[in-house]
Design a binder for this molecule. Sequence first.
Ligand SMILES: O=C(O)CCC(=O)C(=O)O
Ligand SMILES: [Fe+2]
Length: 219
Amino acid sequence: MTALIPRPAMEIAPGAVHLPGWLTLERQRELVTACRAWATGPVPIRHTRLPRGGVMSVQTVCIGWHWQPYKYTRNADDVNGERVAAFPDWMVQLGRRALLDAYGDAQGAADYTPDTALINFYDGQAKLGMHQDKDERSSAPVVSLSIGDTCVFRVGNTETRTKPYTDIELASGDLFVFGGPSRYVYHGVPKVYEGTADPDTGLASGRLNITMRVTGLTD
Ligand SMILES: O=C(O)CCC(=O)C(=O)O
Ligand SMILES: [Fe+2]
């Protein structure tokens, strides 16, 4: 779907910046192709199992480091024991450009070296509950890229998983960065608008979200 009305860049909260339509269609296609390959292995995409026995409705595959509740490891011990795919340099460069465009801080962007990404796939029913990204040992910003179906992205506060929060829509190509005072903000995806994706991205249905992070870990 082509956005007829340009959506302006917005600071949703201090350090939480939404840049609509940041990814070109060509870049979205490249990301879809890369994520498709990662979804097949070395660690296949799966519904993450939670410690209390639940299963996430979102499907996730990781690169660089493998996230499982609530830690990062190199090997996906909760899936097939394989080491996850390497975090490619082109993704580091993309993360740096995202940070530069979000904050305009050239030094901060040059110093940003994400080493993991969680690649989430949402079908029309999938949701993600309110949570903080806090398993990283670094407070560097999180860079989020969305492709495919539009969703409601709920940006809460850093204190509680409840109100006050701001609901925005993340559409295909949108960049969202949360860092600084918003780095530990609660956030979630309460709804995906099924069937709103532009098939030209290569994703016929569903929503793809990539969050790059700095784990702060070394081998
Ligand atoms: O899908 C999104 O937009 C957010 C994903 C997210 O919050 C996460 O993977 O921790
Ligand atoms: Fe998150």
